[in-house]
Write a protein that binds this ligand. Structure first.
Ligand code: ADP
Ligand code: MG
Length: 684
């Protein structure tokens, strides 16, 4: 392979950068064109095009910010590849797909959604005209379902391959397969890290094209002792830098684990800088995380005004997916929110986990792009050398595979054990996924896709959620169920709670929980009430509800409605029959069922584990005997979030293959808890 490694060292094409007449003011467009030519990848443009022309599969390695994502698709477009089909470029993160496509459409001087577009779950911003399409890796995976040979594409670039997300790993297997019978398809695998040999090996010794980056030295600082509160330490460090260093010398990037943490940090920073008044330079705070509204995403790229400093509060998205120019200081608390999965219990949880050494080094590198940088690691050097793993474990080895298995099955790939995985998932996880899909009636005993499974696969949702929708047909409440499904899929919070109006906000929220209907029905009530007001923004304000989240729910719901039609499920409304709605929910979520214990905690029925109702739930004080929950989140305890009550006999009725009588009997009694009303009925 080494012989095949190509470097553009002897590049003798156009000069590096350009030398415009400084006195002539350039238009913004010209400025963008000039900027494009200063990127590290630019001198290798011709060599790269030659290599793509010569080889079907090419692995491209280049440091973050060198221009792989924004430039390479444009080069290929300029070279005529889009005459034969689209260029698709996958991103592990939706924000990256949106932001990068916005940038590229500017650079090309076209409207976003026309020649350049993006496609992420529930949001398709492309058109007939689109020739460069950025999309999440999950969306390309879904496109295989409709177009198994990806015939509308001439180039597929699997970008950020080093992230090794579940979808990217599955894509590897699928694109490798279609490349065999589509010699005209060009495949680019691009990665920010140097261990590209693994990708090359996997793709039958594909050549590696290296884009040498520019990197300035980064000074690494460790703390002397471990920090008890990394969030506070991060804030203090950011403020210290801001107060002691001249504002013009560079911006700060802080890595945090998620939206909530970022919002907290933003609030504290605002409060503390306000306290310092005019004694310090202006500090512009820019949050960036997956669910940040589109309008605010562009803010992180805005040039910092003279005399001010920017502090970017980012999730892992800023590690390699997005490059923000002008960063000189990186603050790295050393944590990331990561999925973990137990194939034994089938339970998935989001955990705040220490990062890997590879991650730590990527993070540090973000400070040395435009000049020498400084990285403040909020952990000790002993921690770094002795406690951090070398690399992050690929997602495929720490996640629930039910979704992917369902997709592969509907692509006609039956022999999963022999699928060409770059790193195979644990066999136990595969088995667990098959088991769950069987329990949901998506697969039959032979592991073949059933009619129900085929319908479920049409929905871009977790199998339990799609099963709930498919089951709503039987209970004649598809109208209500897709509202609930949409509300569960928003991904950001629905209610807000301003500090000075907490009581009002809580009262407004509890209104939807009246009668202890459970969280799913409360979500439905929120949606239907909003709809009744003709989607009024005022109504949202009055009820302390996030308008933006509601609009997103409406978009998602519209799409689910379209998909219902596709799988021939009639839209039926049955708003008065809460039992029917709860049964439809239980049809998808029966594996997530738990029972009240004497001490007020709950015990999951299969694979017993102690769990609690999340304090934000409308049932947190009610404590029904049996509940079905949407998901588990581990914070201080293992919490069930979005909880509804169920009758244990439903489990036998709905999932007789999963639950036996003994599972739902009350301890010490042989009888079914028959005739026992829902606690909520009693309370009413
Ligand atoms: P790579 O994929 O190699 O990490 P990119 O192509 O993403 O590099 O980035 C190249 C340059 O484009 C960077 O300097 C980055 O700051 C700039 N850039 C990318 N996206 C945007 C955006 N949305 N707004 C402004 N600049 C951007
Ligand atoms: Mg990139």
């Amino acid at each position: 392979i080494q012989d095949e490694v190509m470097k553009g060292d002897n590049y003798d094409g156009e000069p590096y950068g350009d030398s415009p007449d400084e006195s002539v003011a350039k238009s913004a467009f010209e400025k963008l064109q000039a900027d494009r030519k200063t990127l590290p990848v630019y001198p290798y443009r011709e060599k790269l095009l030659e290599a793509v022309n010569e080889h079907q599969v090419l692995v491209i390695v280049g440091e973050t910010g060198s221009g792989k994502t924004t430039q390479i698709p444009q080069y290929l477009h300029e070279a005529g590849y889009t005459k034969r089909g689209k260029i698709g470029c996958t991103q592990p993160r939706r924000v990256a797909a949106m932001s990068v496509s916005a940038r590229v459409s500017q650079e090309m001087g076209v409207k976003l959604g026309h020649e350049v577009g993006y496609s992420i779950r529930f949001e398709d911003c492309t058109s007939e005209k689109t020739v460069i399409k950025y999309m999440t890796d999950g969306m390309l995976l879904r496109e295989f379902l409709g177009e198994p040979d990806l015939s509308s594409y001439s180039v597929v670039m699997v970008d950020e391959a080093h992230e090794r997300t579940l979808s990217t790993d599955i894509l590897f297997g699928l694109v490798k397969d279609i490349a065999r019978f589509r010699p005209d398809l060009k495949l680019l695998i691009s990665s920010a890290t140097l261990d590209a040999e693994k990708f090359s090996d996997y793709f039958d010794s594909a050549p590696i094209f290296i884009v040498p980056g520019r990197r300035f030295p980064v000074e690494i600082n460790y703390t002397k002792a471990p920090e008890a509160d990394y969030l506070d330490a991060a804030i203090v460090t950011a403020l210290q830098i801001h107060v002691t260093q001249p504002p013009g010398d560079g911006d700060i990037l802080v890595f945090l684990t998620g939206q909530e943490e970022i919002e907290t940090a933003e609030e504290i920073l605002k409060h503390r800088t306000r306290g310092l008044g005019t004694k310090i330079a202006e500090l512009i705070i820019c949050p960036i995380y997956a669910n940040l509204p589109t309008e605010l995403q562009a803010k992180i790229f805005e040039r910092t005004p003279e005399g001010a400093r920017k502090v970017v509060l980012a999730t892992n998205i800023a590690e390699t997916s997005l490059t923000i120019d002008g960063i000189k200081y990186v603050i790295d608390p050393g944590f990331v929110k990561m999925k973990s999965y137990s194939p034994r219990t089938g339970m998935e949880s989001l955990l705040i986990t220490p990062i890997s050494k590879a991650s730590a080094n990527q993070r540090a590198g973000r400070s040395g792009r435009t000049g020498p940088g400084k990285c403040f690691r909020l952990y000790t050097s002993h921690n770094y050398y002795n406690d951090l793993e070398d690399n992050t474990v690929p997602e495929i080895q720490r996640t629930n595979l039910a979704n992917v298995v369902l997709s592969l099955k509907s692509l006609g790939i039956h022999d999963l054990v022999n699928f060409d995985f770059m790193d195979p998932p644990p066999e136990a996880s595969l088995l667990k996924a098959l088991e769950l899909l069987f329990a949901l009636s998506a697969l039959n005993k032979k592991g073949e896709l059933t009619k129900v499974g085929r319908k479920m696969a049409e929905f871009p949702l977790d199998p339990m959620l799609s099963k709930m929708i498919v089951a709503s047909d039987k209970y004649k409440c598809s109208d209500e169920i897709i509202s609930i499904a949409a509300m569960l899929s928003i991904g950001s919070s629905i209610f807000y709670r301003p500090k000075d109006k907490q009581v009002h906000a809580d009262n407004a929220r509890m209104n939807f929980h009246m009668g202890n209907v459970g969280d799913h029905i409360a979500l439905l009530k929120v949606y239907s009430s909003w709809k009744e007001t003709n989607f009024s923004t005022q109504w949202c304000y009055e009820n302390y509800i996030q308008v933006r989240s509601m609009k997103r729910a409406r978009d998602i719901r519209d799409q689910l409605e379209g998909l219902l039609e596709r799988v021939e499920i009639e839209m039926m409304s049955n708003p008065g029959d809460l039992e029917a709605i709860r049964k439809a929910i239980t049809s998808g979520y029966f594996p997530h069922c738990s029972r009240l214990q004497k001490n007020g905690s709950y015990r999951t029925v299969k694979h017993p584990q102690t769990v609690h109702i999340h304090p934000s739930s409308g049932l947190a004080q009610v404590l029904p005997r049996w509940v079905v929950y949407h998901e588990l989140v581990l914070t201080t305890k293992e919490y069930m979030r979005q909880v509804s009550e169920l009758k244990p006999e439903w489990l036998i009725e709905i999932a007789p293959h999963f639950y036996q009588l003994k599972d739902v009997e009350d301890t010490g009694s042989k009888k079914m808890p028959r005739g026992e009303g829902l606690a909520s009925d009693i309370q009413r």
